[in-house]
Design a binder for this molecule. Structure first.
Ligand SMILES: Cc1cc2nc3c(=O)[nH]c(=O)nc-3n(C[C@H](O)[C@H](O)[C@H](O)COP(=O)(O)O)c2cc1C
Ligand code: SF4
Length: 547
């Protein structure tokens, strides 16, 4: 019964998208637009308002913001925001300058979004010129310790690149064997074995299946998915196309952060190239089956990176986290079996399917195979995107590749807001892989690395993390919805009003968040906070009452 209802309400699918219609209306005459959409899609206006209010971008448009300054963690701790704000105030009124988190320019710390393009301080002179076109994207520094590189390797002409991947439907077993042998684990943070997802999605019986690429890279400090989308779009698309053939899906959806306009353009251009080459059409040039890509731009909601909130978002529902099971492989997009994976996970597949699973597993560790992209922020002497074999000593990444930091630091925030806070003293014991980080009480996550300057107060960082979680919470469960705000109040009270935090109450709050949250937004916040209390207890002690 509920499945039938879901099928009926979702009948508009992707060709006429409820999400895109709602986003368009949110930016213009909301009341008229919503009434028409409600009638067309058979949904209530209240649910449209709920969905629309979950995203930042339409609201910033409505508030008359013309330029959005990056306020991600890396830019905050870099100390460059005040200068950028001052520079922009020469071009825009205070009311026109808004904030956004994050633009994926963590290597520069001077980015802002204007006129649907990413600009940096170096482009400020262009702003005043009438008719000036947006600046061309600047290359991101990159490097690799991988031999051979898997993700940083240049891609040949698409016709040659896709050819070995297109006949998979008729040769599934060797492909499945290669995926199993590769030991590939999801790169979106959780490290889930990829072959289990593929096998489950393949085994699910359905008239319709989907491959969804999670390109909502929201962790401040991480910009490696952005790099792949812009510099290796065909690796991502080829991975999706191959998985479509393997699980029996004819539709791929890329959900790409709205804060990444250049990524959206690069992926659209690459899909256009494929189309022009006839590589998506049935029977032409040996494709073997028809595949259609849809590109959905996000609209500024961190929680849409969580896979089930992402699916709700695509469907035009409020981007709330779904209870699992059912998992997306059995009931995903529009209730149909869906293989949903991260950009980097998918971009590994062309190598695995052509060079072989063993070749992939030859790099890295037995438990954690292959390579990983790491993003280093502007605190490093050589910030950029680096590809390293799993298990590489962290020190080698920070110093050998990153060239050390530009200023004295006291810790590294690794893996985004839900990742850990690694103090300097712990760096030497750590290797860059899921297990080493988990065993040491940290989280590798997406491997974005932010250098926290020695002078930056950790209490400010913690207040920022609580505020970020409170702001981005989908609101479904109370530990996160209420707890994140209470934690923010406690820390800001101690920082700005001289109140003292009750340590027992704070510990209770962390325990409730960890045990009672439905997803890792609320559930993951206690990790960096706990790291800070463990390693920087003396610095934080003045904020707390005597126990
Ligand atoms: C709050 C939150 C944010 C997340 N953000 C992302 C993200 O930006 N990109 C991503 O791939 N996975 C993100 N994830 C993980 C996804 O839910 C999911 O595990 C992942 O996309 C699965 O792909 P993988 O198996 O290839 O890693 C997030 C999870 C949570 C709880
Ligand atoms: S932990 Fe937060 S973001 Fe996750 S489901 Fe609960 S309220 Fe939503």
């Amino acid at each position: 019964m509920s499945r039938n209802l879901r099928g009926l309400s979702a009948r508009q699918g992707l060709d006429r998208s409820l999400y895109l219609a709602t986003q368009a209306a949110s930016r213009s005459d909301v009341s008229r637009g919503f009434a028409e959409i409600a009638a067309e899609f058979l949904v209530s206006e209240a649910s449209l308002i709920g969905a629309s209010a979950s995203y930042d971008m339409p609201r910033l448009d409505q508030a008359g913001k013309k330029v959005l300054l990056c306020a991600g963690t890396a830019c905050r701790v870099s100390g460059r925001q005040a200068d950028l704000q001052a520079a922009l105030s020469g071009h825009f009124s205070e009311a026109e300058i808004g904030q956004v988190t994050c633009l994926g320019h963590c290597h520069r710390n001077d980015a802002f979004l204007y006129d649907q393009a990413t600009w940096t301080c170096a482009d400020l002179a262009l702003l005043g010129r009438p008719g000036a076109s947006p600046p061309a994207p600047r290359p991101v520094p990159m490097g690799t310790l991988a031999a051979p590189p898997v993700l940083l390797a240049p891609i040949p002409h698409p016709a040659a690149y896709y050819a070995p991947l297109l006949g998979l439907r008729g040769a599934a077993e060797p492909a499945l064997r290669a995926i199993r042998a590769s030991g590939l684990r999801g790169r979106g943070g959780a490290g889930f074995p990829f072959h289990l997802k593929v096998e489950a999605a393949r085994a699910a019986a359905s008239d319709q299946k989907y491959v969804v690429c999670n390109a909502d890279e929201g962790d401040p400090g991480a910009y490696s998915d952005k790099w792949l989308l812009e510099e290796r779009p065909h690796a991502v698309l080829a991975g999706m196309l191959a998985m479509g053939a393997l699980i029996g899906a004819d539709t791929g959806v890329l959900y790409i952060r709205g804060e990444y306009p250049e990524s959206l353009a690069a992926i659209r251009a690459a899909i256009g190239e494929l189309d022009a080459l006839g590589l998506l059409e049935d029977g032409r040039r040996g494709a073997g089956h028809t595949f259609r890509f849809h590109v959905i731009p996000g609209a500024g909601a961190y929680i849409c990176g969580e896979e089930t909130a992402l699916l709700n978002s695509i469907e035009g529902l409020r981007p709330e986290v779904r209870v699992r099971p059912p998992f997306p492989t059995s009931q995903g997009l529009f209730g149909k079996p869906t293989l949903l994976s991260n950009v980097e996970t998918l971009a590994n597949l062309p190598f695995i399917l052509t060079a072989g699973g063993e070749a992939y597993a030859a790099q890295g560790l037995a438990s954690c195979t292959g390579t990983k992209l790491v993003s280093l922020d502007g605190g490093f002497n050589r910030p950029g995107v680096y590809e390293v074999p799993m298990g590489t000593p962290l020190r080698q990444v920070l110093e050998g590749l990153g060239g050390g930091t530009r200023y004295p630091v006291k810790a590294f925030q690794i893996g985004g807001p839900l990742g850990g806070l690694v103090p300097l003293a712990q760096v030497d014991g750590l290797t860059l892989d899921f297990e080493a980080f988990a065993e040491a009480g940290f989280l590798l996550g997406h491997a974005g690395i932010i250098a926290i300057p020695e002078h930056f107060p950790l209490a400010e960082l913690l207040a920022h993390l609580f505020a970020f979680t409170a702001r981005e919470s989908c609101g479904k469960c109370f530990p996160c919805r209420i707890g994140a705000r209470r934690g923010q109040e406690m820390l800001e009270g101690a920082l700005r009003q001289g109140t003292r935090i009750d340590p027992k109450l704070f510990a209770d709050l962390l325990e409730t968040l960890e045990l009672g949250s439905l997803c890792a937004l609320g559930g993951g916040l206690p990790l960096p906070v706990g790291n800070a209390l463990t390693y920087f207890g003396a610095e934080l002690a003045p904020l707390f009452r005597e126990a």
